[in-house]
Ligand binder design. Structure first.
Ligand code: GLC
Ligand code: CA
Length: 572
């Protein structure tokens, strides 16, 4: 049965319908829009859906295949919209459902697919179900939709277990009953305003199937699934102490999966198999993309088995430093792990949760994910080196077979905004750790569009929910457009070449440069050399005469590939 008729994609999308094994998402470049920071149409300082619609031509020009929008649903915005109060409503901050339909239509007309964010691990504490649960008794069906437990100890005043919130502090909050006495505790892996659902509950399962259909009926091409490794918790909720070195999103960096009792439990896969079925009721190739911070890659690949999701963000790749042997190892491991289940790797270097890679790749000290950097960070990244490495890293990523996600602003070479004043910060991480972790605001600053304009053209009034650095004129899109040396033109060229040579559907063949800081491989007719070392490398002899089609920075001669540079050659 097919539900999608009225809102099904327009002609340009249907025309790109593919043969088996070449579905669009296997090779797509998907651009993440962080709606509150993309473009603000009504001047209140918060980006909105009409702002997105008005700027779609810029994305078309960039050459992306799809957009993924971080949440724009009704929400008290305690975690920038990842605290959803109504999964079927647009928050008035961002516009209306009509604005959403118009944006989707405008994207589809341009051949751009639309992916929305689904947040199933938790809702907002303002969701009507949580409010009903608070008003109901322990043991009631209302409480059963969330993870309410009695406390430990004689008066129940110790949390049910020792779990900590990903944002810092305890993962349990005790409620106060109507008569003013302390009541049960509820679990929140994130902020206390984000209570975790109980996924063994049939109401929860049914509600999310309906939510999927609600957005599929409106014509969306897929969903990015928030905390797709969460949802199911181990029976008995056993105590757990994370290893010291763990990234705050739960990556262990270990060779064997050693997952906390709240991540990566077997039961999650059954849920995604159910959702896979829901998607197949619709025409076209609709997708689910997992945000699953699990190691190793062979464990992550479980999320993209043929009857589950289509994509999973390759976070081990994102977390790999700019280092030849480490990159080669993670690329090989990725391709092996994902192809073992018939899935592409989905490469990514930046998103709204990590330090932008134009800054991250120049950090020399360990910076656990989610901690961020700020005015007191001693290891301040060198801006020029960071951008140079970021461009080299992006050129490497975009030459790899598989899909790729870009995060808004990386095509402008934006660095992390380090010097945000304390009183501007909004990430719950900052508050829950009493300022010991800066959190993620530095990668969420509104985009610069025009140099010299109020708020760099983000909003006409000059309002901006986070202050933009004073020196961003040169990063503005309009400053870079048409300048062949700019980061923007470098990205558009890379995307155009990637599409022309079908690199996303290709296969990788390594060459040995005799120096492990040099990555050298062919993908179909394109040969790529990346120098991750800190000195010049001689161009491999066989490539000196080859046509250079892309360089991550302008080069003067053919004989040398300088440090932190990636070059693409045509080697038909
Ligand atoms: C995901 C989101 C992050 C959010 C968290 C809780 O990791 O990407 O931004 O804070 O989930 O929903
Ligand atoms: Ca606005």
């Amino acid at each position: 049965m097919t539900h999608a008729t009225a809102h099904s994609p327009d002609a340009p999308l249907d025309a790109s319908a593919t043969i088996d094994g070449a579905e669009w998402w296997r090779s797509a470049v998907i651009y993440q829009i962080y709606p509150r920071s993309f473009a603000d149409a009504n001047g209140d300082g918060i980006g909105d859906l009409r702002g997105i619609t008005s700027r779609l031509d810029a994305l078309k020009h960039l050459g992306i295949d799809a957009i993924w929008l971080s949440p724009f649903f009704a929400s008290p915005q305690k975690d920038a919209g990842y605290d959803v109060a109504d999964y079927r409503a647009v928050d008035p901050l961002f516009g209306t459902l009509d604005d959403f339909d118009e944006m989707t239509q405008a994207a589809h007309t341009r051949g751009i697919r639309v992916i929305v964010d689904l947040v199933p691990n938790h809702s907002s504490d303002q969701h009507e179900w949580f409010q009903q649960a608070l008003a109901a008794q322990p043991g009631s069906p209302e409480r059963a939709r969330y993870m309410f437990r009695d406390g430990r100890g004689p008066n129940g005043d110790t949390a049910p277990n020792n779990w900590e919130s990903i944002f810092g502090g305890p993962a349990w909050t005790r409620i106060v009953d109507d008569d003013g006495t302390p009541g049960q505790w509820y679990l929140h892996l994130f902020d206390s305003s984000q209570p975790d659902f109980d996924w063994s509950n049939a109401d929860v399962r049914a509600m999310f199937r309906d939510v999927l259909r609600f957005w599929l009926d409106r014509g969306v091409d897929g969903f990015r699934i928030d905390v797709a490794h969460g949802l199911v918790k181990a029976d008995g909720l056993p105590d757990y102490t994370p290893p010291q070195s763990a990234g705050s999103m739960g990556g262990t960096g270990k060779a064997d999966a050693d997952l906390p009792p709240y991540f990566g439990q077997d039961g999650v896969h059954e849920i995604y198999r159910e959702w896979h079925q829901v998607l197949t009721e619709y025409d076209g190739e609709r997708v689910l993309c997992a945000e699953a911070w699990v190691d190793p890659l062979s464990t992550m690949a479980l999320w993209v088995r043929p009857d589950e999701m289509q994509q999973a963000f390759n976070f081990p790749y994102l977390e790999t430093p700019w280092n030849g042997p480490a990159l080669r190892a993670v690329i090989d491991e990725s391709i092996a792990a994902f192809s073992a289940v018939g899935a592409p790797s989905t490469w990514v270097l930046s998103n709204h949760d990590v330090v932008r890679h134009a800054s991250r790749l120049a950090l020399t000290e360990d910076n656990p994910q989610g901690h961020g950097i700020g005015p007191k960070t001693t290891d301040r990244p060198d801006t020029e080196l960071g951008l140079r490495r970021a461009r080299a890293a992006s050129a490497l990523m975009l030459a790899l077979p598989g899909g790729a996600y870009l995060y808004q602003g990386e095509e402008l070479g934006l660095p992390e905004a380090i010097d945000l004043p304390d009183d501007a910060r909004q990430d719950p991480t900052w508050f829950r750790t009493h300022g010991t972790r800066y959190g993620r605001d530095g990668c969420r600053v509104p985009l610069p569009w025009e140099p010299g304009a109020p708020a760099y053209g983000f909003s006409e009034t000059g309002a901006s929910w986070l202050p933009q650095p004073a020196d961003w004129d040169a990063y503005a899109r309009a400053s870079q457009l048409g300048d062949p040396a700019s980061t923007l033109e470098f990205y558009s060229r890379a995307l155009w070449l990637r599409a022309t040579h079908q690199l996303g559907l290709g296969a990788l063949e390594w060459h040995d440069a005799g120096d492990d800081s040099i990555l050298w491989f062919a993908n179909g007719p394109v040969t790529v050399v990346a120098n991750t070392g800190d000195s010049d490398a001689a161009t491999p002899t066989s490539l000196i005469e080859a046509t250079r089609i892309l360089t991550s920075v302008p080069l003067s001669g053919d004989d040398v590939i300088p440090a932190d540079t990636t070059v693409w050659y045509l080697t038909p």
